[in-house]
Ligand binder design. Structure first.
Ligand code: 5GW
Ligand code: MN
Length: 355
């Protein structure tokens, strides 16, 4: 007894405390790096500047829990439900076509996760006239039964029609300055998406979709479209050889795509995914757009060209078929069994500013 007491006095106690302190510091240091290594995502802009954006851990995406009670048709492993179209990319991302998925099964997986989806839409100048149809049809078809937050960016907030929205769904109007130059509107779109994610959505929403306003929903657009990085195949080029894609072809542009390269031609009018993925995309496209502008270059199809360049290098993890952005003036092709979202026919002279 007296021997132990002797050991635990004076210098010994100090040494033990010091060792414990060191162990504590070491432990928290290791734990932090371990955690960051697994979940952390540093998003560096393309120009290599040091801004850092942290996103909360998104677990649900990696773990799909189905209900034990739902009964559904057995999926076949030898007989594809669609044989008239390609349903997977060479990098093994699904290409979503009607008939390839079970909406009830998908919804039953995602509903308990209580996911939230942000949607951005720009209505600058006379484009506000498209808002009402866009918003009303979104209520009927876009992620029905899920938490949806629509952000309308406009220079005419008074013209935003009050649309009755279901519980759990809301609309926020974000005032932006007007502009007569499409180039400016286009460039600002990516910047505003980036800032919205950084300032408003981070840690609140899971997914984001960025959509053109001159369009309407006609059919379901839901959980089947979820993915880390989601692109939509442009309805105008999906049967064409890549040499016909209207990529930016000048070397000087950061959107340049070499002849003989390219997977699909994607729409600038609809893209999305997880917040951190879309943040990275918006940041990169904006930076590249600005680098081009400094050299006096404007890519062939503005941000659509930059988006296509981005998606060539950063492969989308889910690809949506042209069902997800058709054009009203185009007759429906037989492989397109349903049109879910489609650009309306517009009178350009009537709506676009004189440039
Ligand atoms: C578009 C073209 C030239 C000049 C201005 C515009 C423009 C686009 C505008 O004045 N206001 C506006 O809000 N936009 C936004 O950009 C809309 O959300 C629009 O849907 C999107 C893309 O422009 P679009 O739809 O005219 O392009 P396309 O290729 O779908 O015809
Ligand atoms: Mn459009």
């Amino acid at each position: 007894m007296s021997f132990k007491m002797h050991l635990l006095t004076g210098r010994t106690v100090a040494v033990i405390l010091l060792v414990l302190l060191l162990l504590g510091v070491l432990y928290s240091y290791i734990w932090r790096h371990y955690r960051d290594g697994i979940f952390g995502q540093e998003v560096r802009p393309a120009d290599g500047s040091s801004s850092r954006v942290d996103f909360t851990i998104v677990n649900h995406w990696f773990h799909l829990v189905a209900s034990d009670y739902l009964e559904y048709q057995q999926p076949s492993i030898v007989q594809g439900s669609r044989t008239d179209v390609v349903t997977v990319t060479p990098w093994l991302a699904p290409i979503v076509w009607e008939g390839t998925y079970n909406p009830q099964l998908l919804d039953s997986i995602y509903r308990p996760q209580n996911i939230s989806i942000a949607a951005t839409v720009f209505a600058v100048g006379k484009y506000t006239k498209f808002l009402r149809d866009f918003l009303e049809t979104a209520e009927q078809h876009f992620f029905v039964g899920f938490k949806v937050h629509v952000y309308v960016f406009t220079d005419r907030p008074k013209e935003v029609h009050q649309v009755k929205m279901a519980a759990g769904r809301q609309l926020t109007v974000v005032p932006v300055p007007g502009s007569n130059r499409w180039q400016e509107i286009s460039a600002r779109r990516m910047e505003l998406i980036q800032t919205l994610i950084e300032e408003k959505l981070q840690n609140h929403m899971d997914y984001i979709f960025c959509l053109d306003v001159d369009s309407k929903f006609h059919g379901r657009w839901g959980t089947e479209s979820l993915g880390a990085l989601v692109a939509v195949i442009h309805p105008g080029y999906y049967k064409d050889d890549r040499s016909k894609f209207p990529y930016e072809r000048r070397h000087e542009s950061t959107a340049y795509v070499a002849p003989g390269k390219g997977d699909f031609y994607y729409c600038g009018g609809a893209f999305g995914g997880l917040l951190q993925e879309v943040h990275r995309l918006a940041n990169t496209c904006r930076t590249n757009f600005e680098a081009d502008a400094k050299k006096g270059i404007e890519a062939a199809w503005q941000e659509e060209s930059h988006l296509n360049r981005y998606m060539l290098i950063n492969k989308p993890t889910k690809v949506l078929s042209p069902e997800y952005l058709w054009q009203d003036f185009k007759p429906r092709n037989p492989e397109v069994r349903i049109i879910r979202f489609s650009g309306v026919i517009k009178n350009y002279a009537d709506i676009r500013p004189n440039v």
